[in-house]
Write a protein that binds this ligand. Structure first.
Ligand code: FAD
Length: 405
């Protein structure tokens, strides 16, 4: 058999399941390092992953995000195949993304279809049409009506998946080709790049917190992509893309940079700091950099703590303000640390063309803005109403940037 024919017939064996998706430039990168950053005993699992990009033409700018195409868990897929009565080895050709693809049933469900993702109402309706048990058909249709909306919402809140529905409504047995049509494709997830290409040529780093929860039955569920990333081994190859982001270093090396990051929101700031560290090594005079970093406990989640301390000692990181919210009785958050620095914030933002960045979860956005408004009113001679307008202007001129998720 010709090599190319073998690749189509036995895609798993030849890795063609990793092939690029149409319409997006993708790259195959290799895991070169993966370590857990939080102690094993701690409930939050945060990992640092490095990918070797040296065999690719992948390039990225500071602040870009990496799109990761994650796969489903092979064991979970096998269990589903058994329950649904599918032969995982059977080859199936179907059109996806406008092109014919031949994969085994197992590969379709592991590499292409979001089997453990959230089904839309359309899927419930489509499944009803296949249900041979009238009661099941009725229930599925009812769930899509206004009368069934409370239970539908409960099911969404309980993170019901395509697989859950197919296992619950056992009289609905669409053929596999219909499943390929009805189940949405796995979507890539984005992760802020945590490295500078100048400091780490041929490599790209991520800082990822795994997402886990229990449904109402007490079953452990894991986020599609973070489960995948957490299960990788050194040498594994994965498909990624590069997505430009709003997180850009200011145009001038001399401009002050003020960064506020919570948890994995630290990722792009590690890249910022590394980029400026390289510039400094090259003899360029770089402006002040202040980091406000927040997490729960210093001993558990001081992400890149040793590196940060070294940059602080070196003076590159002119300010390092840490808010470990649960290390003392009173909760301390990044906005509290920013309030302590009100004079510096007003001076760098209003008089020195400074740029402010917030990255991580959405919840501190309002409090952080209030801290900035407080700084402008107290030390910038600006009225509260005007301070809000100044922040809007700073946003317009890309000097007050949020990347929250
Ligand atoms: C620009 C950008 C940068 C980012 N940078 C980082 C970063 O540096 N580090 C980082 O850790 N993360 C980052 N993220 C977040 C990341 O993209 C993912 O959203 C996150 O990792 C969760 O992905 P997942 O596939 O593991 O979880 P998912 O499977 O997408 O699940 C996420 C949530 O969706 C809900 N959900 C899942 N399944 C269902 C269902 N069947 N029905 C209903 N609800 C459901 C659950 O509430 C779950 O908690 C970034 C996001 C963006 C947009």
């Amino acid at each position: 058999m010709l090599a190319v024919a073998k690749r189509v017939v036995f895609p798993e064996a030849f890795g063609t399941q990793l092939a690029a998706r149409p319409g997006e430039k993708t790259f195959m990168v290799k895991v070169s390092s993966l370590r857990r950053m939080t102690p094993d005993t701690y409930d939050r699992n945060i990992i640092h992953i490095e990918f070797d990009t040296s065999d690719t033409d992948l390039t990225y700018e500071i602040g870009d995000a990496l799109g990761v195409y994650g796969f489903n868990d092979a064991a979970q897929v096998r269990a589903f195949c058994t329950q649904y009565g599918l032969d995982g080895e059977q080859l199936v050709t179907a059109t996806r993304d406008g092109q014919g693809q031949t994969r085994s049933v197992h590969s379709w469900l592991t590499h292409a279809l979001d089997l453990f993702g959230r089904p839309s109402k359309k899927f419930y309706t489509a499944l009803a049409d296949f249900a041979t048990d009238e009661k099941e058909a009725e229930k599925l249709r009812w769930l899509t009506t206004s009368e069934g909306s409370v239970e539908f919402k409960d099911r969404v809140a309980d993170t019901t998946t395509y697989a859950d529905l197919l296992n619950e409504f056992t009289s609905a047995r669409p053929s596999f080709l219909y499943l390929v049509d009805l189940i949405a494709p796995i979507k890539p997830r984005h992760y802020s790049i945590a490295s500078s290409a100048k400091m780490h040529p041929g490599s790209v780093h991520l800082c990822v917190v795994t997402v886990e929860w229990k449904n109402s039955k007490g079953e452990l569920r894991m986020g599609q992509c973070t489960r995948f990333l957490n299960s990788l081994n050194i040498g594994d190859e994965i498909v990624v893309s590069v997505k430009p982001s709003v997180m850009k270093l200011p145009p001038l090396d001399s401009q002050p940079v003020i960064m506020a990051g919570l948890g994995t929101g630290m990722a792009p700031f590690r890249a910022f700091i590394e980029e400026r560290a390289v510039r400094k090594l090259q003899g360029v005079e770089v402006g002040p950099m202040t980091l406000y970093f927040g997490s729960r406990h210093r001993a558990m989640e001081y992400l890149y703590g040793e590196e940060l301390e070294a940059y602080h000692a070196d003076g590159l990181l002119s300010g390092l303000q840490l808010a470990f919210s649960r290390d003392q009785k009173a909760k301390v958050y990044i906005q509290h640390k920013m309030r302590e620095d009100a004079e510096l914030l007003a001076s760098q933002m209003l008089n020195q063309d400074g740029c402010f960045y917030l990255c991580g979860p959405t919840w501190p956005t309002g409090d952080v803005k209030d801290a900035m408004v407080g700084a402008f009113t107290k030390f910038g001679n600006i009225k509260a109403g005007d301070a809000n307008r100044v922040i809007e202007e700073l946003k317009e001129s890309e000097r007050y940037t949020l990347e929250v998720y």
